[in-house]
Design a protein around this ligand. Structure first.
Ligand code: DC
Length: 220
């Protein structure tokens, strides 16, 4: 095995991909790359500039003039750290909508593939095993039942907002699952050579352990 290795994780929203990937990165001392944050940054720019959500010239022009980078656990849009601005409901929707456009995907996949060449990384998203890093040394599909993912999100949200509603969250999760797995371009699906991890009855630590042990074994 070469010195550089790549861990690719795909899965639906709320499966725990980012928490797991961040922790694995820390334990193994490698870089973590959140590709969803890049789609969110493009969504943010479209909202800010009032660019209509259609695949047209205005979108192409904006993409040509846009610089996206992910480093130190943060996403940079034209040099500005927008990590804090992209975690709203409005931008989640904008990210989901713009991620269906071929031109957006082509641009971000190219950046992500570049990031995967420089050093050992763990990258998570929806198409990492199937499109971005098809030759990654370690490939996983991390999922959990929609009900369990909604329960986790509800627990997180209700601490900040007591009016959070479980049924509403479950409905949103089902909607995003449907959008992500039914879009025409690179829909979310498990790669044939990705290992399935169903975390419905697993803790984050158990999932992290499972991934780290395999990498350590492989690294000898
Ligand atoms: O993981 P997230 O919720 O931050 O992702 C935001 C949106 O971007 C989500 O609707 C799916 C989309 N996405 C994608 O299409 N491909 C990726 N590799 C990552 C995210």
């Amino acid at each position: 095995m070469t010195d550089i290795y790549r861990i690719a994780i795909d899965g639906p929203s709320g499966a725990g991909k980012s928490t797991v990937a961040k922790t694995v990165a820390k334990v193994l001392g490698i870089e973590y790359i959140d590709t969803g944050a890049m789609y969110r940054a493009i969504g943010l720019k479209m909202v800010r500039l009032g660019i209509p959500f259609v695949e047209d010239e205005a979108l192409l022009k904006m993409l040509e003039e846009t610089d996206i980078d992910f480093a130190y656990g943060k996403v940079f849009l034209d040099g500005e750290d927008v990590s804090g601005l992209i975690r709203t409901n409005e931008i989640s929707k904008a990210a989901s909508d713009c991620s269906a456009f071929k031109s957006v995907r082509v641009k971000l996949v190219e950046i992500q593939q570049g990031l995967g060449k420089k050093k050992s990384i763990i990258m998570e998203g929806r198409d990492i095993c199937t499109v971005v890093l098809t030759d990654a040394e370690f490939k996983y599909f991390l999922t959990a039942s929609a009900e369990e993912r909604a329960r986790r999100r509800y627990k997180e949200l209700v601490e900040k907002d007591p009016s959070a509603d479980y049924d509403d969250i479950l409905r949103q999760i089902n909607e995003r699952d449907y959008n992500d797995s039914h879009r025409e371009v690179d829909p979310l699906r498990q790669a044939e050579d990705a290992i399935l991890i169903d975390s419905s009855d697993m803790s984050i630590d158990e999932v992290v352990d499972f991934i780290v042990k395999r990498v350590e074994k492989y690294n000898g």
